[in-house]
Design a protein around this ligand. Structure first.
Ligand SMILES: Nc1nc2c(c(=O)[nH]1)N[C@H]1C(S)=C(S)[C@@H](COP(=O)(O)O)O[C@H]1N2
Ligand SMILES: [Mo]
Length: 524
């Protein structure tokens, strides 16, 4: 064998050794994570830590650009980086075997630091998956690369060509098979927790609400093709959260704790206890502060839940206006997210809910099963904690929750907004009557008027569907005698206090986008 023949495949095999070491490390790590805590697995932990540390403008951009695929994109990115790193470490190891193994261990330390620094990490044991995985990975690399550089009796020990081909193949095959076995076992074990959660959801039976949602007024749903349905089906409801893996919570083991300042009777409630309480059902429109003007992160559901104010009152909580010492309610989720809501808002008589149901079924996992908060009138990040497990009464001075630490506003009531659903941007309708239609929302204040302007023409009042409640959006439509050419349609809404949506455009950060939605169409 000549040196050149030997060198090329060895490079490739070195890269392959790195990949196999990486594969072994991840598989073992996931197996350990299944035993310790699934969220402590390196990919989830590093991804979560990356999300935590992403500057707000970048996060905003990612939500805008990738929409709800942002987390898939992140995971694919992590895998791509890991693949490149693993191959590089393999190449490094053929020159310096120890350095290669040390590099794998160093990556394990990164994973361990990420896992233990997550807000949902409560134990140093969360470092174990990454550390154990990396140790196994380092050993695999050490052995495989050893085969690649071991001169074998009978072959010329010429340095380049002398290596233990058979030994390498056997070791590589064994490593691949063992890793696959470990990974599969990890999946089975990890899956059992998720299965408990899934069966607890399947077994959940929501009682009929004591106070069902008032029937929608006739005509609340306009018959216009292309308009957002008044009630957003669960499968179409927008999803915004930082969870790389949707938390699967077993409702039979779930508890909610209410404690903190001014809580004279701290409470812990179970899922069954919540279902046994007075349940109310309300249509409420939920909006994300990251929604751009005209954007998709808004939806209306029929939420079933327990009035939160009553539960707080039982715990002895008084709102600041009645002398209570806490002005901020901090909700914490099982994945360590924190959201801060004004206590005054939750207790001022609005339908603030600990929601258990969404459009007639138990909350979907993506939307917070078993229990989430819903508070009409506030953006989701200051009110709508999914997978909630803890409510702490505190003050705005004493504590900044997750998004506030990242420069979003402490208090964020929903801004009056309106959206043109149809025609779509760059549509090419035929000249003649074109129906312009959409939705407008100003939760807590209601919508009084919606107007549409064509190009620089006068504002023309749209026909409003009857208002369901001040907490829901309102559909509107306007027949427009469209003339050929390019036209800009603009919409503006006026809320129940008589204030018209501002023309001034602002970014979503810090407290929600303002400005008017426009759609440009070409009439043929
Ligand atoms: N645990 C948790 N709850 C959360 C979030 C989150 O990231 N984690 N995101 C909030 C934000 S920003 C919004 S807009 C709403 C979105 O709720 P949805 O995904 O059910 O539409 O959930 C809120 N609750
Ligand atoms: Mo949000």
């Amino acid at each position: 064998m000549t040196a050149s023949e030997g060198v090329w495949p060895r490079r490739v095999l070195a890269g392959l050794s790195g990949l196999l070491a990486g594969y072994a490390a991840l598989a073992v790590a996931e197996l350990v994570a299944a035993a310790v805590r699934p969220e402590a697995g390196p990919v989830t932990a590093v991804g979560g830590a990356a999300i935590d540390r992403t500057p707000a403008p970048v996060k905003d951009w990612a939500i805008r650009t990738f929409g709800e695929s942002d987390k898939l994109v992140l995971q694919l990115g992590i895998l791509a980086v890991l693949t490149a790193l693993a191959a590089a470490v393999g190449l490094l190891a053929t020159r310096h075997r120890r350095a290669g193994a040390a590099a794998v261990l160093a990556l394990g330390v990164v994973g361990a630091l990420a896992a233990t620094s997550r807000p949902d990490s409560h134990s140093l044991l969360d470092a174990a998956p990454s550390l154990v995985g990396a140790s196994v990975g380092a050993a695999v690399l050490f052995v495989l690369v050893g085969r690649l550089s071991a001169p074998v009796a009978g072959e010329e020990p010429d340095g380049a060509g002398g290596w233990d081909r058979r030994g390498f193949l056997i070791a590589a095959g064994a490593a691949a098979a063992a890793s696959t076995g470990a990974g599969a076992l990890g999946r089975v074990l990890g899956g059992s927790r998720a299965r408990d959660a899934v069966s607890s959801r399947a077994a959940a039976v929501l009682p009929r609400p004591d106070s069902p949602a008032p029937a929608l007024p006739r005509g609340a749903q306009l018959r216009v093709f292309g308009i957002s349905p008044f009630t957003t089906p669960n499968k179409d409801f927008y999803r915004v959260d930082t969870a790389l893996v949707v938390p699967k919570v077993d409702a039979t083991r779930w508890r909610l704790r209410i404690h903190g300042r001014g809580v004279s009777r701290p409470l812990t409630v179970t899922y069954d206890e919540l279902l046994g309480r007075e349940l109310i059902e309300r249509h409420i429109t939920l909006t994300c502060v990251s929604n751009e003007v005209g954007g998709p992160y808004v939806g209306t559901a029929r939420w079933i839940g327990v009035p939160l104010a009553e539960l707080l009152a039982e715990a002895g909580v008084r709102p600041p206006s009645r002398g209570g010492p806490a002005d901020q309610l901090v909700a914490r989720s099982v994945d360590g997210m924190t959201l801060g809501t004004p206590v005054e808002d939750v207790m001022d008589g609005r339908d603030a809910l600990l929601a258990v149901g969404m459009n007639g079924e138990p909350l979907p996992f993506e939307h917070g099963f078993p229990v989430r908060m819903v508070v009409p009138g506030l953006y989701g990040y200051v009110s709508a904690c999914k997978w909630i497990e803890d409510i702490e009464l505190t003050t705005f001075d004493a504590y900044d929750p997750y998004w506030v630490k990242r420069d979003w506003a402490r208090r964020a009531p929903v801004k009056t907004q309106s959206r043109i659903d149809t025609p779509k941007p760059f549509a090419r309708p035929k000249a003649g009557l074109v129906v312009v239609a959409g939705v407008a929302w100003a939760q807590r204040r209601g919508i009084d008027r919606v107007e549409v302007r064509v190009d620089d023409g006068p504002w023309r009042p749209a026909d409003l569907a009857p208002q369901a409640t001040v907490d829901t959006w309102r559909q509107w439509s306007l027949p427009w005698p469209a003339t050929p050419g390019s036209h800009t349609l603009t919409v503006r809404a006026t809320d129940g206090t008589g204030r018209t949506q501002t023309e001034e455009r602002t970014r979503t950060i810090p407290d929600g986008a303002s400005g008017r939605h426009t759609v440009v169409v070409t009439v043929d």
